[in-house]
Design a protein. Sequence first.
Lengths: 452, 99
Amino acid sequence: MLSIKEILETIKMVQEENLDIRTITMGISLRDCCHPEVELACRKIYDKITRLAENLVKVGEQISREYGIPIVNKRISVTPISQIAECSQGEDYLPFARALERAAEAVGVNFIGGFSALVHKGFRRGDKLLVRAIPQALAETERVCASVNLATTEAGINMDAVYQMGKIIKETAELTASRDGLGCAKLVVFANAPEDNPFMAGAFHGTGEPECVINVGVSGPGVVKRAVEKLGCADFGALAEVIKKTAFKVTRMGELVGRRAAELLQVPFGIVDISLAPTPARGDSVAEIIEAMGLERCGTHGTTAALALLNDAVKKGGAMASSYVGGLSGSFIPVSEDAGMIRAVQEKALNLEKLEAMTCVCSVGLDMIAVPGDTSAETIAAIIADEVAIGVINHKTTAVRIIPAPGKKVGDFVEFGGLLGRAPVMEINPFSAAAFVQRGGRIPAPIHSLSN
Amino acid sequence: MTQAKKKQGGNRVIISVLGPDRVGIIASVATILADHNINILDISQTTLQEYFAMMLIADMTKSSIDLDCLKEKLIAKGKELGVRIDAQHEDVFNFMHRI
């Protein structure tokens, strides 16, 4: 029989420590939606998404009531659109973005991911056309998210694509200048992109995935922070232990909700993504967990070690709690979506270089970083190249979601609101990387022996 | 496994009451449950400082209303009494605290 203490602990996690299920994401294959006519292909896409995801929001809300746990987002990921649109004769891929937007709106989800291309070794016709359509697609739509995989450990880094994405990110920011460059918050570039990621903006339904699947992303930085605070000044073994136990409990909720959603929707259950995902809400912050471990501010010396411990303990606890773990599965350190990270940047405890070092030991890279509006496409490309190199060499996923905020300078703020939060504009290195990124070609895949 | 679980106790809910202590909380909750043929299996309570916490495990197998409807009635009663009352499926606690 359950004890009153256990029951109270669960209720407290939800009521006071912001425990929630961040997202139930339905992955849908669109491979059977190809058609030479753009209009017909778009109709097939719309019909398929609205048919399969018809009850997604309803089921999410039902489970949320049944278990008394908030399920914050219901979302959809689809097959990378470049692979579907390529079969059509059209050169303009905006209609595909509009079809995704309409479908997302019809079923009531707040984001749909998969306006994507995988170009780590090179561009095909469809990839080129899709990438070209990204800025306008993100400016025109609200719910569509775009992602591009630029590098893998097996293929190396497609530097032509890196440079081009530097330009595309600039263009996306300019087209959404009136909203502080909001388009860039819906665009992420990857190294080693996972095929089953439920989190936006990088979710897409990979080619090895089934027809339709339910993936779940949990949250829980607030719960971990509270547990670390309660522990007080114990040694590192005890610290890792308490994080593991807490991550286990948090992940069990994801497992329960995922299984139930899959059962009710009659769709296979894919994975639980065990990432700690912060929100701008007070106390729901990864930076504050790091500070609770004994660092005065996130970003000071010791932060990388603290984050490494946190990330590893979360994985160990999470992996025990779920039958299938996947997606990004680590700690997220987005600047704009984490009140503690914002404070650390404002107080100059945290800079871009330290953030980059932190991404070596956790997922998922430089996330929701605002930089001055006059940052060149070449510098953005160089920032991306650095980050994907970390992923490629270390055999892990890394990503960049960067906002060159139009008209903004260091110290200004960009405001997106909601889950995307607000971000202070960060300082970048003023020296040029142009001649480097303009070389073109591909950085070869790394060797994986001789690993010191 | 899900099937087996359902047979064992798929209809058990945990009703929790949190708030300042006052006369009649247990009676009010028990009345709602009795009115809808919901069987109480276990009750425990504790006081955390001046706050009152009660947990009640109930079986809804023969209930005349569903969980959504029960929740609504309990939440309304909670507002009237100035306490927070909720009902959640038992699985959520079992999943978190039992392997």
